[in-house]
Design a protein around this ligand. Structure first.
Ligand code: FAD
Length: 433
């Protein structure tokens, strides 16, 4: 059997490793961080684990659901009905049901009706190709009106995509509407979101166990710095700490990270990877002695607030096992944004000031503990005509494959698609052998 080296121990890399190891291929996973899981990694809170970045799943996440069932974890998945809100014009507005939208006074009644129709009918659009040539901005203005765009969608696009907001394709926002619509399939007034009891760390741990059980290896705190071709045709991975050779290599980090590796990949291919755009994320977890609001998900549509989301995890899943009310504050930013240059303490102070603006009664004395995680590649920027930019699984270097979040299209990145991509990549590698 051929040896396969997998760079990146996130959900894509672990799923591919699991599939390949189960088929009898010797695999070794190399992960730069101290633990596996990537963007879906967790911190330990004692009785439960908590994702460093907030995570839930949708009822339509079939690839992930199938994997959980295959691993015997299906019974741990629980479904909850979230309460959502928007913070705009210094006020919180409930924003869960179609009735909430109809009552949403910051925009005119006509705009509310147009916005509602757009979000409801988007899931029936099957052919997204006509959307590919339009920006989200133009499409939203045309379909929901300027009022709705400037009050709701523009602040959201800016908060997620920063200086690239105007470049985002209509396909991206269409897909978001479609996904949220699918999670209301049975009753449009009720959305259901899934969470794994004890945390999605259970899934990561089980994949790791299965890889080990099948004879695979997972090396953490191992950053691969280069890929080279050996005389016998195999690919050597450098930097971890000794060079290891493989018949096939799968890279699961971002395309920009692959472009930056020392490798014999052709210059024009590397340039095309480096040209793809992505956003980083800064996410702060607060363990509080009390709840902030009844809402799970608060979208902050106001630019004077330094984060875009307030997510009260325990309002979705309940308090059992947590010992505190868990709140995430999340901000997407370009990796050269000034915020990335600041220390954790400075960011925490900025975020807590922002929280006091939304909840004037908020006191730092409520905070039992905080943790902050930042990552440079958190969200690909899906620009117009993205289907022409998506890199294929096979790279121009024979034996080297790429499976990254940036290849998930027209859907947006997520654990379900990481599983799908990991399976597709392992099939491609096995087919190729
Ligand atoms: C803020 C936020 C919220 C999210 N919320 C949700 C949600 O609610 N639901 C959902 O389904 N999904 C959510 N996601 C998305 C989900 O976490 C990702 O889609 C998924 O985890 C991606 O897995 P991956 O393996 O493709 O990538 P990653 O998790 O990024 O894994 C790639 C790994 O490669 C490693 N790596 C890169 N280069 C090297 C190298 N040279 N050597 C060694 N290792 C290397 C990295 O350290 C990383 O661990 C969220 C993501 C973020 C950022």
């Amino acid at each position: 059997m051929f040896r396969v080296g997998i760079i990146g121990g996130g959900l894509t890399g672990l799923t591919a490793a699991y599939r390949l190891a189960k088929k009898g291929f010797p695999v070794a996973v190399f992960e730069e961080a101290g633990e596996p899981g990537g963007l879906a990694s967790s911190i330990d809170l004692g009785a439960v684990s908590l994702e460093r970045f907030y995570h839930h799943i949708f009822t339509s996440d079939q690839h992930l659901l199938d994997l959980c069932n295959e691993l015997g974890l299906g019974d741990l998945l629980e479904w909850h009905e979230p309460k959502n809100a928007i913070y705009i014009e210094n006020r919180l507005y409930p924003f869960t049901s179609p009735m909430d939208l109809l009552r949403f006074s910051p925009i005119s009644l006509a705009s509310r009706v147009r916005t509602g129709l757009l979000t409801l009918t988007s899931r029936y659009i099957r052919d997204y190709m006509p959307l590919e040539s339009q920006t989200a901005r133009d499409w939203l203005i045309k379909r929901a009106g300027k009022d709705s765009y400037h009050k709701i969608w523009e602040p959201l696009l800016v908060s997620k995509f920063d200086r690239d907001a105007d470049l985002v394709s209509a396909t991206w926002i269409w897909n978001k509407f479609k996904l949220r619509g699918a999670s209301r399939a049975k009753d449009i007034s009720r959305e259901m979101l899934g969470y794994m009891k004890g945390g999605f760390a259970r899934l990561i741990e089980r994949l790791v166990e299965e890889v080990f059980r099948a004879g695979g290896a997972i090396r953490t705190s191992c950053r691969i710095s280069g890929i080279s071709r050996l005389g016998d045709g195999r690919l050597a991975l450098a930097g971890c700490p000794e060079e290891e050779a493989f018949d096939r290599v799968l890279f699961t980090g971002s395309p920009q990270q692959l472009a930056a590796l020392d490798s014999p990949l052709p210059a024009d291919y590397r340039e095309s990877l480096a040209a793809l755009k992505a956003k980083g994320n800064i996410c702060m977890i607060l363990e509080l002695d009390r709840s902030l609001s009844p809402y799970y998900w608060i979208t902050v549509a106001q630019r004077d607030i330094p984060f875009v989301l307030v997510i009260e995890h325990t309002n979705l899943v309940g308090l059992e096992g947590y010992g505190s009310h868990i709140v995430y504050l999340s901000r997407y930013a370009h990796h050269q944004d000034d915020l990335f240059l600041k220390s954790d303490r400075e960011i925490e102070a900025i975020f807590m000031d922002g929280l006091s603006k939304i909840f004037p009664g908020f006191s730092r004395e409520w905070v039992k503990r905080t943790s902050l995680t930042r990552v440079l590649y958190a969200q690909p920027v899906i620009t117009r005509h993205y289907s022409k930019q998506v890199p294929p699984l096979k790279t121009p270097l024979d034996g080297l494959f790429l499976a990254s979040m940036a290849q998930i299209y027209p859907e947006d990145r997520g654990m379900n698609y990481a599983v799908r991509l990991g399976l597709e990549a392992s099939d491609e590698i096995m087919g190729n052998l």
